[in-house]
Design a protein around this ligand. Structure first.
Ligand code: SF4
Ligand code: SF4
Length: 288
């Protein structure tokens, strides 16, 4: 992978839910999990240039040239027909951004920003780009006050985190299930590396937040409050935990039939985590 550019699904100039303060968020294309409950499954794979979506586009925004699908954003009406056509959990609507492109975007919104967050898909699949971007931010006089965060599923190995830890200020890590078999059923991967990531980032003081998504009947988090609390408190009794509530709007496949998490379920899980000693818990601001 070229270190100087990234395949970007979306750039969000302002977010207050992707790390501390007001942040510009870059969502990278590609993921190494296949979560059944994914809200954006078209971010999972990179486009294979199969061409299937080209003829279905009702607005002539896609062309097939030299075995590559070219997306013309000026023609695009965001109708999502291409995404619904794709059999590979991908999209032709991505951008190739180099470091300078991103720095330019950051500078547009600079007076309003506290930092930037790289998310996904799974951000760390494009780690060399992240390392280079964070380095460039830390070296620029006008940008070095910005904090640099990664939002990750935690599957990156310790050696990967060691490549970015000098230039990364913090990371938000999702722990999707306590039991590794439950995690594998939900995501396609076990959770050993996720737990190792949480331990390692906590040790080096770069774990900003651990996130739990409560999916009634399909994840075991809400039945594992004691194990979760014991695991996290030993790392840091003040560790930040954010609980999110599953809802099935926008999900695809089997997860469409799954029930949403209720406010009562979330509050009772939070109360249990508190009972077992976790103190710094953020609840969802809305329930759907
Ligand atoms: S987005 Fe999907 S359907 Fe379209 S060219 Fe890429 S892989 Fe094929
Ligand atoms: S969303 Fe896809 S199908 Fe719709 S106009 Fe844009 S490129 Fe074409």
């Amino acid at each position: 992978m070229n270190k100087s550019w990234a395949i970007v699904n979306k750039l969000l100039p302002f977010s207050c839910v992707d790390g501390p303060g007001n942040r510009l968020v870059i969502f990278l294309q590609g993921c190494n999990f296949k979560c059944l409950n994914c809200h954006n499954p078209y971010t999972i794979s990179r486009c294979k240039d199969c061409g299937d979506c080209v003829t279905t586009c009702p607005h002539q925004a896609l062309t097939f040239i030299n075995n590559k699908v070219i997306w013309q954003s000026s023609n695009c009406q965001q109708c999502d027909t291409c995404i619904n056509t794709c059999n590979y959990q991908s999209t032709p609507m991505t951008y190739n951004y180099n470091i300078e492109d991103i720095l330019l975007e950051i500078r547009k919104y600079l007076p309003f920003l506290n930092g930037i967050t790289i998310s996904g898909g799974e951000a760390t699949l494009q780690l060399p780009f992240i390392e280079k971007l964070f380095q460039a931010i830390k070296q620029a006089e006008d940008l070095k006050h910005l904090t640099c965060f990664i939002d990750s599923n935690g599957y990156l190995a310790k050696t990967g985190w060691q490549k970015v830890e000098r230039v990364m200020d913090g990371a938000m890590i999702d722990l999707k299930a306590w039991d590794t078999q439950v995690h594998k059923k939900l995501t396609g991967r076990d959770n050993d590396r996720v737990k190792q990531t949480i331990e390692y980032l906590a040790q080096i003081g770069k774990l900003h937040e651990v996130r739990f998504l409560v999916i009634p009947e399909h994840t075991d988090l809400q039945n594992s409050a004691k194990q979760l609390a014991d695991f996290l408190i030993i790392l840091n009794p003040q560790i930040k935990v954010r609980i999110n509530a599953f809802h099935n709007h926008g999900v695809h496949g089997i997860a469409k039939t799954w029930p949403a998490a209720t406010q009562q379920q979330i509050e009772s899980f939070a109360a249990e985590l508190k009972h077992y000693g976790l103190q710094n818990i953020t609840l969802p601001s809305i329930y759907l």
